[in-house]
Design a protein around this ligand. Structure first.
Ligand code: ASP
Length: 584
């Protein structure tokens, strides 16, 4: 229907007769001449309807409206001097139309494609119009490019792209499953996969050596800003590898996608940090290292203190930690705001100290010995004007709250380096964490993660076991995570024992994997990256919904299609399902 796309034309085409097709983006009627910006996926070209050259086309051009789909035939010409448009890639040329055909009309638009961002419900309901907006279209062009680069890179590294089922059994990634009734097996249900974890391990047992998949995963969670019920992972698994192998391979992957989207080199290797250090210095397992502000341990200086608050915390085995804010002048109001902020985060209190004329000033200084203030000052390296914020509580609470307070300081005092991509591997995670709710240990990653020591005869504190697990963090956000797996069934069974999952339950849930591990399973490990989140960050977008073609709302609905929706009684009958209304 057409010779070439709009923005593929350039001044080298001047004099050429072309047929173009696309949407009418803008139309300007200058009395005599009518101009239209014709748009397609490549961009825009100006087309001109002249009453002298093509009276018939000019007549029809009077009728065309925004977003009509048209086909024109005409000659590429240089724009008259002074009428060039520097904003357009094709701004030095235009096409003088000879014939115009309206292929389709368009009703008045619910929002203007060029105006300010329409509200999100409208954008999602008319996603196809939203996607016509060049800046939105660009996101999905970039997404496609990134996926292509990932595939190419992995294939060049001898990976095989293999699909795994969507109608399957539960995968324990820690979220709720979406379930699908089975018509052929009334009363039984499939679970949509939270990840391809079990199948990718099975593929290793099957000898495929290196597997990848760009795959949809489903988790029925309450939706927050960066969560969607279905999202895309880049999922990998490799045989005969250790932690360093998976990390090195992953860095190649991240580098490929980063350099494609950002056009600048990414330095590798990416820095690594132990989980313990991340928690003790930054209070989180995903530190944002675009700014410093580490927590400093002060506990040892207050072992003998007479200051009641500290004395109690030290006596109870808690921690006293500080964050120093250097080189800022804080008013009394700033300090009060900081205290309020810490309290609103759940802190019992926050103590501040300021160094003035070589001495620490603070409402609590009078309760402290010279030695205590001296060591504090020295350890934190304070200069005049610097401020110190101190928290004292149980170690976990101090770490958690100071971690969040650090982020507040980073934003409030504009310490976060802009346009920086700070990648970090967090390694040496604990294998397990204690769930107060379930009164047992649960897996920190998932139950197939291997430990740094054998679990078979383990009799010590389960909380002390370290895992062969790693997370990739970018600017304080988790981008991906994985582990080396238990490839022998005795280790896997020992892990289930630590999790208090008995053999019967394990066999019922994951029997197929356990059996496979007994049939010559090779050592293996892998990782999965949250592709949507990576794209969101690299494209500088605020919401994960911006990089998902057809996202759901916070309530899990699709405003475009209207899903979820009721089904007919006939469908329910076929499934042998009866619905009842339950009062909450
Ligand atoms: N299946 C894991 C996840 O979805 C990733 C992995 O361990 O490879 O988080």
């Amino acid at each position: 229907m057409r010779h070439i796309e709009c923005e593929k034309l350039s001044s080298t085409d001047i004099g050429r007769d072309v047929v173009l097709a696309g949407w009418v983006f803008r139309r300007r009627d200058h009395g005599g001449l009518i101009f239209a910006d014709l748009r397609d996926i490549t961009g825009i070209i100006q087309v001109v309807f002249s009453p002298e050259i093509a009276p018939e086309a000019h007549g029809i051009a009077h009728e065309i409206k925004q977003e009509y789909v048209i086909r024109v035939e005409g000659t590429v010409s240089r724009r008259p001097e002074g009428t060039e448009n520097k904003e357009l890639a094709t701004g030095d040329i235009e096409v003088y139309v000879r014939t115009l055909e309206v292929l389709n009309t368009c009703k008045p638009l619910p929002f203007q494609l060029e105006d300010e961002e329409p509200n999100e419900s409208l954008r999602l309901k008319y996603r196809y119009l939203d996607m016509r907006r060049p800046q939105v279209q660009k996101v999905f062009v970039e997404r496609s490019r990134a996926m292509h680069v990932l595939r190419n890179h992995l294939v060049s590294q001898d990976f095989f792209e293999i699909e795994t089922p969507f109608l399957t059994k539960s995968t324990p990634e820690g979220a709720r499953d979406f379930i699908v009734p089975s018509r052929l097996n009334p009363g039984e249900f499939y679970a949509l996969p939270q990840s391809p974890q079990l199948f990718k391990q099975i593929l290793m047992v099957a000898g495929f050596n290196r597997y990848f998949q760009i795959v949809r995963c489903f988790r029925d969670e309450d939706l927050r800003a960066d969560r969607q019920p279905e999202f895309t992972q880049l999922d990998l698994e490799m045989s005969f590898v250790d932690v360093d192998d998976v990390i090195a391979l992953s860095e190649g992957v991240v580098k490929a996608v980063f350099e494609t989207l950002k056009g600048v080199p990414l330095e590798t290797p990416i820095m690594r940090m132990d989980f313990d250090e991340a928690m003790e210095r930054y209070g989180t397992d995903k530190p944002d290292l675009r700014f410093e502000l580490p927590m400093v341990e002060l506990t040892p200086f207050f072992r003998e203190t007479n200051f009641g608050v500290f004395k109690k915390v030290v006596g109870d085995g808690g921690a006293i930690k500080a964050i120093a804010l250097h080189g800022r002048t804080l008013s009394r109001k700033d300090l009060d705001d900081a205290v309020d902020m810490a309290k609103s985060m759940g802190a019992g209190g926050l103590i501040w100290m300021r160094k003035d004329a070589g001495k620490l000033q603070s409402p609590i200084v009078k309760f402290l010995s010279e030695q205590e203030t001296g060591s504090t000052d020295q350890t934190c390296g304070l200069q005049d004007g610097d401020v110190l914020f101190i928290m004292a509580d149980t170690r976990d609470k101090v770490n958690e709250l100071m971690g969040r307070f650090r982020l507040y300081l980073g934003t409030k005092y504009d310490l976060v380096r802009k346009d920086t991509f700070s990648f970090l591997w967090v390694v040496n995670f604990p294998l397990l964490e204690y769930s107060n709710e379930e009164k047992r240990y649960v897996a920190r990653h998932h139950p197939f993660t291997s430990a740094k020591e054998s679990m078979v005869n383990f009799s010590g504190d389960p909380g002390s076991i370290r895992a062969n697990a790693y997370d990739l963090v970018l600017n304080g956000v988790e981008m991906g995570g994985g582990s080396i797996r238990n490839f022998r069934s005795d280790e896997q069974m020992a892990m289930f024992r630590l999790l208090k999952i008995d053999e019967e339950e394990a066999v019922e849930q994951f029997g197929f994997l356990l059996e496979a591990l007994e049939m010559g399973a090779p050592p293996h490990g892998g990782i999965a990256f949250g592709l949507d989140r990576i794209l969101m960050m690299l494209l500088g977008l605020e919401s994960i919904r911006d990089v998902i073609p057809f996202p759901k709302t916070q309530k899990g609905t699709c405003l475009l299609s209207g899903a979820p929706a009721k089904v007919s009684q006939r469908q329910l009958n076929e499934l042998k399902i009866r619905t009842v209304t339950v009062k909450e």
